[in-house]
Design a protein around this ligand. Sequence first.
Ligand code: NDP
Ligand code: MG
Length: 389
Amino acid sequence: MSRRISILGATGSIGQNTIDLIARYPDAYNVVALTGASNIAQLASDAKRLRADVAVTADEDRLEDLRDALQGSGIEAAAGPAAVNEAASRPADWVMSAIVGAAGLAPGMCALEQGATLALANKETLVCAGSLILETAKRHDARLLPVDSEHSAVFQALVGEEMSAVERIVITASGGAFRDWPLEQLATATLAEASAHPNWDMGQRITIDSASMFNKALELIETREYFGVEPSQIEVLVHPESMIHAMVGFRDGALMAHVGPPDMRHAIGYALHWPVRRTLPVERLDLAAIGQLTFRAPDEVRWPALRLAREVMERGGLSGAIFNAAKETALDGFIGGRLGFTKMAEIVQEVLETTDPSHIDAAMTLDNVLHVDHIAREATRSLIEQKTG
Ligand code: NDP
Ligand code: MG
């Protein structure tokens, strides 16, 4: 019997890599829903090629375009955030969560509530609402599988191990576009410079977040939430070659490292076929040709986002949702040319410091998370307004 699959964020970098894997075995999968936002041509052509039941754009204004592009195909078209949630609620065995940003949270919850296995690329889901997501998965007997390369690597290093034997988890970071830049030049970094990743080919937002290390900051929180370890047990290690994705240190001193090429199809494929390993179309590493792998300690002056993530983990409550919303809004400011590169972390810090504690301490429900997300975005926008006039 073919597996029922949905892909949320199908038109993005992770979505397209997922489609690359499933399109190789068209008879093995029955595609239920594909969702996208602005890229209607891609969404429609993939929906037709994979014979999806429904294609959804998150952008209400693009419904007519989507209908036109799907005309005669018999594929249902829908638009808007509620339609994305509805698509995620349709019964499926495996759902890829690859929307970018906190917009991926509610659809991911819908997928868990219908009992699907949720392959989680959208790290914001765990950053904003970790305990809520884990509880929801448990309540609906749904499984959550990591897709972020570091977290997939840790997950794989833990196969057959007891969590009680784990001393530490080391997640690696390439260091992004500016790892070797003189510190005083960072403030002048341009959008084009921040959008060029040395090793990985990813969506623009996560690429810029790699340069600022906000991506690694989110991943620190993701590690804590997914694996349930203490913040002090998680380390970030700068590893410019991006070959070792993570390491797990055990109490007998062993360090299990996951080594592989920087190709997200490995982690996506692992989550797709889990618990078995299938042949995947990724490069086989020739370590003799690579010669050496190097490591550096992370520099919190260069990357203040790492320090902020530690403060967020310390504070707990809904501070992850506030951190993420402020980060997303500051990133919009940088992409829109209103904020300098180093101003992003300054603004996020200010939002964290000035948010009313009652918001941070509110109960972790989806409504409260979405509410503080909204409040933090407003606060960030008004700070940007104040600072840039
Ligand atoms: P992309 O920007 O390439 O793709 C994002 C997807 O989300 C697209 O399908 C986009 O539609 C859709 N989308 C954008 N805004 C909204 C919205 N408001 N509501 C619903 N859908 C929306 O991102 P990536 O694929 O790079 O990243 C996706 C997620 O995976 C992120 O959380 C990222 O952190 C995580 N991740 C990505 C990795 C990578 O290698 N790219 C690695 C590890 C994690 P459209 O393009 O049609 O506008
Ligand atoms: Mg990652």
